[in-house]
Design a protein around this ligand. Structure first.
Ligand code: NAP
Length: 288
């Protein structure tokens, strides 16, 4: 690809969870549009293989990889520092990495891994990079949520879902991400930085094919995967929110198939989003 060609040329985009699935397809889509793409993967070899694939397909050489385990707060701090060492601007941050889990396991920080990766990592990473996003405005944050947020509930006495079913715990983390999106949008008013969330559809990725995924979801995935959307299709709303002039200045919204939709009633509750922000700030020591 010629330097400077493409509608996202000159825009620096960081995407988490790019080894496979929707994240890799999003990185590919933005690379095709000429963006500088920074891929974030927890596994260097698989991350590099995905990056090499994208370079080969797009002939865009402005693709980078930073290795980070998003279940570790130290690793997220290192990710932010590594990014700043290499880049002066950040125009798009896509918090895409996520997982489902049958059983609760704890992160190195002693936090439920599902809660840590699906929700607390976007909170911490976005807050660590907020000054750079503001200085690079117009800039965008895109949070890959899920329709499953609608069966989540925020219980401040059991925020990390110790007492819940695997599905409910996943829904809780995605509801938390919706509440974060709405609270952050309010805090960012007038800064030129927008933040939106999305449901990518039911997409044929690895998310429910891992041994650690809930048994029922693994079964459902095995049977119905051939009927699901492709990762390329699942990436369309992320790419749209990262790049389209149609959403210039649009913030605090939820999108499905590139269309604005109402998210669940609880996701708009400001008393919950403010309290969740405070608790998250205490857990991460940022955003206070
Ligand atoms: N697929 C769907 O139907 C669907 C529906 C609604 C929402 N979503 C959301 O879409 C997003 C992308 O998921 P996907 O479907 O594309 O699944 P996927 O193929 O499993 O991709 C998830 C990505 O997240 C990464 N990841 C997981 N834990 C991580 C950690 N601790 N540190 C760094 N990276 C980590 C994975 O890396 P590894 O390869 O190293 O595990 C992988 O690259 C998720 O947020 C998911 O909740 C998906």
């Amino acid at each position: 690809m010629q330097k400077g060609s493409g509608e996202m040329s000159g825009r620096i985009c960081m995407i988490t969870g790019t080894t496979s699935g929707i994240g890799k397809a999003t990185a590919l889509g933005l690379a095709k549009m000429g963006a500088t793409v920074v891929m974030v993967s927890r596994d260097e070899a698989r991350g590099r293989a995905a990056m090499d694939d994208i370079k080969k397909i797009t002939a865009n050489e402005s693709i980078d990889l930073i290795v980070a385990d998003l279940s570790s707060q130290e690793s997220i701090h290192n990710l932010s520092e590594d990014f700043r060492d290499k880049f002066q601007n950040l125009h798009v941050l896509i918090n895409n990495a996520g997982l489902t889990a049958e059983h609760q396991t704890l992160s190195v920080d002693g936090i439920d891994k599902l809660f840590a990766v699906n929700y607390l990592a976007p909170f911490l990473l976005t807050n660590l990079l907020l000054d750079l996003l503001k200085a690079s405005a117009p800039a965008r944050v895109v949070n890959v949520s899920s329709g499953a947020h609608s069966f989540g509930r925020i219980n401040f006495d059991d925020l990390q879902g110790k007492k819940r079913s695997a599905m409910r715990a996943y829904g809780d983390t995605k509801l938390a991400l919706q509440l974060f999106t709405n609270e952050l949008a309010r805090k960012l008013e007038g800064t030129g930085v927008t933040v939106n969330a999305l449901h990518p559809g039911v997409v044929a990725t690895n998310i429910n094919s891992r041994d650690s995924s809930p048994f029922m979801l693994r079964l459902f995935w095995k049977i119905l995967k051939p009927l699901m959307s492709s990762p390329e299709k699942g990436a369309q709303t992320s790419i749209y929110l990262a790049s389209s002039p149609e959403v210039d200045g649009v913030s605090g919204k939820y999108f499905v198939k590139k269309k604005e939709k109402k998210s669940s009633k609880e996701s708009y509750d400001e008393s919950i989003s403010q309290r969740l922000w405070q608790v998250s700030a205490e857990l991460t020591k940022v955003g206070r």
